[in-house]
Design a protein around this ligand. Structure first.
Ligand SMILES: [Zn+2]
Length: 450
């Protein structure tokens, strides 16, 4: 492969398209940064939880395109925008965050992630709606609003439980799909102002759900205050966020991408919730998306979080998760994984075996770009989502086909990029296994399953 020849190349010379102009490169780690914050993004100067300014870089994943901006044509490769993807920790409150913020319109204007695509996710949402209806004692006709409601999959679960539902979803194409499937959805970007308007026009809700979105917003405090406004004084709020403790334990650094501005630990998150005038009533750990924290919150000006949540914060602290050195060690392990995975693919290539991908999730794009894996090592990938098939992966420019192509091309090895769905995918691709095909799961360490 041609290396770009730029000494400070953030992708260790494996960047694409080749050759990369110097303006597209950032120096790895702290070495000679020669690249200014590009158009369409800005760099924060302060922590988004405590407003402190003592932010320290722990993991630099290089300059990467937005993980969900899939080029529709090879002509788009040349103009693909890259933004720094670098994880920082706040030395004041231990909040893990990206400080380079890509404009929401760039990220969410045409979002291709449909939650209903995977049957694992669909079953998860049905159980979610049932469990929350019971836990919150929602009577038939109860009013449920979901922020970032995507294709309405979760709200459909609440409808099935007898609730009146409203979705708020900024991606216009996805909101349209939700409406077509019978879920009333407003195409709005949610913030405190939006919450005020919706509350004035629609009245109070019994439950406001924000599922995997709090980590996406640059102002999570304003967002939580907005959720409180939708339900006060007696309703409840449920938020789900990926828990950074699991990211740490399982080396899930690929869940870092531009959309995920915050990687929440219970400690900083608890402090943020209190600042928004709410308290944690109960929390649950969920395995979906590789480790999710679900929190049930209620408006509370004086109260404190329930004892089990306070215990979780203490445990994090005792394990060193609020400590910068622990996250520096995490970064070193991520680099070790990159080397092991690229060596493995190199060996497969030299042995003349064809490796293909399964899936084109955002996390897969972080992994492929960080590891510098392109079509020379991964011939193609497949995705069930009809909005993704026919496009290319951002940055790595691997063609995405529908899953049937696995049968036609019969690759020797399938790299499962959405590793959280590995079991479902391996079951589904049983014919690949039957003809001697193997599976490669990249995280927490590359391992081949036959
Ligand atoms: Zn902070």
């Amino acid at each position: 492969m041609t290396r770009c020849g730029w000494l400070d190349c953030a992708l260790w010379g494996w960047c694409r398209p080749q050759p990369t102009s110097p303006e597209r490169c950032v120096g790895p780690w702290s070495a000679g940064r020669r690249w200014e914050t590009p158009m369409g993004s800005h760099r924060r100067k302060s922590c988004r939880v405590c407003s402190g300014s003592d932010l320290r870089s722990v993991l630099d994943l290089g300059a990467q395109p937005c993980a969900n901006a899939l080029p529709a044509d090879p002509k788009d490769f040349e103009t693909e925008a890259r933004y720094p993807l670098e994880l920082f920790i706040c030395e004041g409150c231990a909040h893990l965050q990206l400080i380079d913020v890509v404009d929401p319109e760039e990220l969410f204007g045409h979002y291709l992630y449909l939650t209903g695509t995977s049957s694992t996710m669909r079953r998860h949402f049905e159980r979610y709606a049932k469990a929350m209806t019971e836990r919150c004692g929602l009577a038939p006709g109860a009013r449920v609003v979901e922020v970032a409601s995507n294709d309405g999959c979760l709200l459909a679960g609440f409808q099935a439980e007898g609730a009146q539902v409203l979705g708020i979803e900024p991606a216009r194409n996805v909101a349209e799909q939700a409406r077509a499937s019978g879920v009333e959805t407003l195409s709005l970007f949610f913030d405190e102002d939006c919450a005020r308007t919706v509350r004035e026009e629609r009245g109070a809700f019994d439950l406001a759900v924000a599922n995997n979105v709090l980590a996406h917003v640059d102002d999570p405090l304003g967002f939580l205050k907005g959720l409180r406004r939708l339900v006060e004084p007696r309703g409840r709020v449920v938020v789900e966020v990926p828990w950074a403790g699991q990211m740490f334990d399982k080396l899930e650094f690929d869940t870092i991408y531009h959309e995920h501005l915050s990687c929440f630990l219970a400690g900083p998150l608890g402090a943020l919730i209190r600042r928004a005038g709410m308290a944690v009533e109960e929390y649950w750990h969920k395995p979906v998306h590789g480790g999710t924290l679900r929190l049930l919150l209620s408006p509370s000006d004086e109260g404190q979080h329930a004892a089990p949540f306070r215990k979780l914060v203490e445990t994090e602290n005792a394990r060193g998760l609020h400590d910068t050195r622990s996250w520096e060690a995490f970064a070193e392990k991520a680099i070790g994984l990159r080397d092991a995975l690229t060596d493995l693919l190199e060996n497969e290539h030299e042995a003349g075996r064809v490796v293909a991908g399964y899936g084109a999730p955002a996390k897969g794009n972080t992994l492929l770009n960080f590891c510098g894996i392109g079509p020379e090592r991964l011939a193609f990938t497949v995705d069930k989502n009809p909005l993704k098939a026919g496009r290319w992966t951002p940055g790595s420019h691997i063609p995405i086909f529908p899953p049937e192509v696995i049968e036609e091309r019969k690759p020797d090895l399938l790299l499962i990029l959405p590793w959280n769905l590995a079991e479902e995918i391996m079951e589904q691709e049983d014919s690949h296994r039957a003809r001697g095909g193997r599976f490669l799961i990249p995280i927490p360490e590359p391992r081949i399953l036959t």
